[in-house]
Design a protein around this ligand. Structure first.
Ligand code: 1PR
Length: 532
């Protein structure tokens, strides 16, 4: 029997799904006294250090947990769960941790280092361990802004190190107590194998396990598969795909293009090696998304099959329903997380929030969806989806917006352009450029940018490198390049020219024109680090 310590810190649905998929049953701990009765205890970590410790305190879990750990009983913690084993964290000054491992958790810092460390990275084992019984150097999915550094005082806990700017502890173990900084439940087959080792109480070590090594681990670029989802004219939820955001057939009845069923397609992309899967509910701006039960059902079913990060976007904003009941953007996001999302993506609401932020003179007042969701679920769970369009100008002085000099001049030979943010799926342009939007969203707590391009969407002409380079240079959070991928070379181009952390495609994957593994094989030949 496995016991899960769900202390309400965020989405643990992914972990539950992974444990069920591995064939184990779960006992959910609901009272402090159940902790000491557990046979194997699993401790998920989501959200901020302080929030996690505060919840553990409030629920009366801290003392029984310390007693369980002191008795060296089987224990496995994930992400912030690992961090709470330490004495404290820079993230939440003054909040004591469980104090089992000496030392403090610190924020990542370094020139040109994107924070959070979000994506796939390997581990260097310090010693063989049954937890990593079948480990053969695969990468795991990490998402965190804070880390535990190896030191003399925690030497007896060090199980594995990972490098991101500096080496940090990616796995710790002493006796029966173990913890990992990455998310095994979101790390594909390698993560599931590791989780099974804990759940099954594995004690053997494979002779194939890599020898301890000092060669730094390498962080991978991510390949993301995106599914634009909407209801078609027959009322079915389908995966669609537009050309420059027009998702209707060009002839006949102009039906909504139907490229497949959302859950089946998401599962196919997981099996084919996508590093992440994103669902965008593209017409959610029209209706209240929580009334859209089929979309929530899609998410629930997809999360039972997809063991890499799942992002969902569309309609995340405050809403008052027909009965006058008010829902905050956090309520909407909460429902998406409960249904299996690991991250939520905000489009239109981010643009209007930034306009209001600008009107307030750049003062944060906690009122935006970004701030509220980040405070509860962490910055890494808040993605901003930008839908920009080129606006050409003759000279930089012709606009107050941030321009680029462009290699593809405008219709009248204009050599400069700025990138205008739009809302409602490109239907309405606003007086905000991508640089202002991206920087303001970073300040308001966004953890990642999903950067589309209406001009390139569905064209297969390649990513808009000028747009992407401009945004990449403006922020320090990770950027996902999107729109226009037509062949494997386009992925290498965008990584080489802009330094983005991830690249996303839709049409070429849906139509099976370019398989995900073909993209990865090509990137490997170009010396670009990717997950196998
Ligand atoms: O504004 O918070 O409700 O969110 C709506 C979300 O829906 C936004 O993320 C917005 O980007 C998206 N969206 C709205 N309308 C459309 C449309 O296509 N008519 N899709 C739309 C955006 C762009 C990407 C696409 C890439 C790659 N689609 O999702 O997957 O361009 O395509 P490609 O590889 O085929 O070129 P809110």
């Amino acid at each position: 029997m496995i016991s899960l310590l769900d202390y309400g810190a965020g989405n643990v649905r992914s972990l539950r799904n992974a444990i069920h998929a591995l064939g184990f049953t779960l006992n959910e701990i609901a009272h402090p006294e159940e902790i000491l009765k557990a046979e194997r205890l699993i401790f998920p970590g989501v959200g901020a250090f302080g929030a996690a410790m505060e919840r553990l305190q409030r629920l009366g879990y801290v003392e029984p947990l310390k007693e369980y750990l002191a008795a060296d009983r089987p224990f496995f913690a994930i992400c912030v769960g690992l961090q709470t084993l330490f004495e404290g964290s820079e993230e939440s000054p003054g909040v004591p941790g469980l104090g089992v491992i000496p030392g403090q958790i610190r924020r990542f810092a370094g020139q040109g280092l994107s924070v959070p460390h979000m994506g796939w990275n390997a581990v260097r084992l310090e010693r063989p361990a049954p937890l990593f019984a079948q480990y053969a150097g695969e990468k795991f999915y990490f998402v965190h802004s804070y880390h535990a550094a190896p030191s003399a005082e925690n030497a007896d806990w060090q199980l594995a190190l990972t490098d991101y700017g500096q080496p940090f502890l990616s796995a710790v173990q002493r006796g029966a107590v173990a913890a990992v900084q990455f998310h095994p439940e979101k790390s594909g087959a390698a993560g599931l194998a590791l989780l099974r080792n804990f759940l099954a109480g594995e004690t053997a070590i494979s002779s194939a396990m890599p020898r301890p090594s000092t060669a730094p681990t390498r962080f991978a670029k991510r390949i993301v598969a995106c599914l634009d989802v909407r209801t078609n004219d027959q009322g079915d939820l389908v995966v669609t795909k537009g050309d420059q955001y027009d998702v209707r057939e060009k002839s006949g009845e102009r039906e909504v293009r139907n490229l497949g069923k959302p859950v089946e397609l998401a599962a196919r992309y997981f099996d084919e090696g996508a590093d992440e899967v994103t669902f965008l509910n593209i017409t959610a701006f029209r209706d209240f998304p929580l009334a859209d039960q089929p979309m929530l059902e899609v998410l629930k079913r997809a999360s039972e099959r997809v063991f890499v990060p799942l992002t969902i976007g569309g309609g995340i904003r405050a809403f008052t329903d027909a009965d006058g009941r008010h829902y905050s953007a956090l309520d909407v996001a909460h429902e998406y997380f409960r249904s299996g999302a690991d991250k939520v993506s905000i489009g239109s609401d981010a643009v209007t929030a930034v306009e209001a932020y600008r009107a307030r003179g750049g003062v944060k007042d906690g009122s935006t969806a970004m701030e509220q969701i980040a405070a509860v679920y962490g910055n890494q769970a808040v993605v901003i989806s930008i839908d920009p369009r080129r606006v050409y100008v003759t000279a930089p002085e012709d606009t107050a917006h941030a321009v680029v000099e462009t290699a593809t001049p405008g219709p009248n030979g204009e050599r400069y352009c700025w990138f205008q943010c739009t809302i409602k799926g490109g239907r309405e342009g606003r007086d905000v450029d991508v640089v202002e939007l991206a920087q303001a969203c970073e300040a308001l707590g966004a953890g990642e940018i999903l950067l589309n391009s209406i001009d390139r969407d569905g064209t297969g002409a390649g990513f808009d490198l000028e747009l992407i380079a401009q945004v990449r240079a403006a922020v320090s959070i990770p950027v996902i390049a999107s729109s226009g991928a037509g062949c494997v070379e386009h992925f290498a181009d965008v990584f080489a020219a802009t330094g983005v952390e991830a690249a996303l495609a839709a049409g070429i994957f849906h139509r099976r024109e370019v398989p995900i593994q073909a993209v990865k094989s090509y990137l490997r030949t170009q010396g670009i680090e990717i997950r196998n």
